[in-house]
Ligand binder design. Structure first.
Ligand SMILES: [Mg+2]
Length: 376
């Protein structure tokens, strides 16, 4: 398989509604799409660069993909899927890729998607694994004013969602938990994500209160860089602590694990460096006795959601699963398939070779702020 051409698109996609979490308000999402072409076939990948997560920008991701990742394909011809995987395995561990995780992710997914189409195989067979039904998707409630919070809870109830994550800010209105249990039922599995908004002291005080409400997990209580704080909170909390922003690269995961600074890793494919980066982190977690949640990017398209769906089915011990929001988060998705989960957060496996989504060309054109084609 020789890659003949590559296209990079920086998409600016409108979200259905304004989305708030600690320190961030957005009504648009900026995503990078990579398309690789060979033999009349196309493979697609996506990355969502966020400065406050992986330290990347759309501009930096675009540049790295063009100048380093696509350039790595020049003059190469792959004889098997194994050779593709070897190429990616070497790339993903380089400092360049570990410092540009979402850029690498967009490139990797495109190359894997194309390779599966080229060699006529599913991602599962290419990775020598099988897909099992993962836990149901969670509903995620952004920071909302009380009236909209109530509306959101009722939508979740209508869809029979039993695993819910609430975004919380510096101050917590504990009445929200009472409202959530009242609407969703006492058996709902409720957890929170603070997106790093608390100090260690605030975190311990909030968590002590949350224990009374039966909150099941607390994600990123303290700032991304505050690993000592994360460790102290984890040591004193009776509620499992999930590290999200603190764990992007494999190095981050190794450091956090060595410190025993959390109980759960939130693995997100774009944040953690594609399938290979995520699999490495999940392998580390398993060896270290930590659980994993598979998360998503707000505003990801069906491409990343499909990748998350595949990955979630390769493990039988995923604690929580998020993503596949499709047009519940985006005004329009760029894929043909309706990626959204169904009742109770259940969703079927992706079918077909590769990721299993069909990208609509006119939507790429419609939402591309910048695009570039590289002929190899
Ligand atoms: Mg999070």
């Amino acid at each position: 398989m020789k890659i003949e051409a590559a296209d990079i698109f920086a998409l600016h996609l409108p979200l259905l509604q304004r989305y708030n979490h600690h320190g961030v308000t957005r009504s648009y999402t900026d995503n990078i799409i990579v398309r690789l072409r060979s033999n009349g076939l196309e493979g697609y990948g996506e990355g969502v660069p966020r400065s406050y997560v992986t330290g990347e920008s759309v501009r930096s991701a675009f540049r790295i993909i063009r100048s380093a990742l696509i350039a790595s394909l020049g003059g190469r011809s792959f004889r098997s899927f194994g050779e593709v995987k070897t190429h990616l395995s070497k790339l993903v561990t380089t400092p360049l890729c570990q410092n540009n995780l979402s850029a690498y992710c967009a490139f990797e997914l495109a190359l894997l998607d194309l390779s599966c189409k080229y060699w006529d195989c599913s991602l599962e067979s290419a990775f020598r694994t099988e897909w099992h039904q993962p836990p149901p998707y969670s509903g995620v409630v952004p920071l909302l004013p009380p009236d909209r919070f109530e509306v959101f809870l009722n939508l979740l109830k209508k869809n029979d969602m039993k695993k819910i994550k609430l975004k919380v800010g510096v101050q917590i209105d504990f009445g929200l938990f009472e409202r959530a249990f009242a609407v969703l039922g006492a058996d709902v599995d409720l957890r929170v994500d603070a997106n790093g908004s608390w100090t260690e002291k605030e975190a311990l005080a909030h968590i002590a209160q949350m224990e009374k409400y039966g909150i099941k997990a607390v994600e990123q209580p303290v700032a991304k860089e505050n690993l000592e704080g994360l460790k102290a909170v984890s040591a004193h909390s009776n509620i499992p602590i999930v590290a999200d922003e603190s764990v992007c690269s494999l190095n981050d995961a190794e450091r956090v694990l060595a410190m025993r600074a959390c109980h759960v890793f939130n693995v997100r494919i774009s944040k953690c460096g594609g399938f290979l980066g995520s699999l490495a982190i999940m392998g580390l977690a398993r060896k270290g006795g930590l659980r994993c949640q598979i998360g998503c990017q707000v505003g990801e398209t069906g491409i990343l959601s499909a990748a998350g769906r595949h990955l979630a089915g390769w493990f039988d011990d995923i604690l929580y699963l998020e993503g596949s929001f499709g047009t519940w988060a985006l005004r329009e998705d760029i894929v043909d398939e309706d990626i959204r989960f169904g009742r109770g957060g259940r969703a079927p496996p992706m079918i077909g070779n590769g990721l299993g989504v069909t990208v609509r060309q006119e939507r790429l054109r419609k939402y591309a702020k910048i695009s570039e084609t590289v002929t190899l």
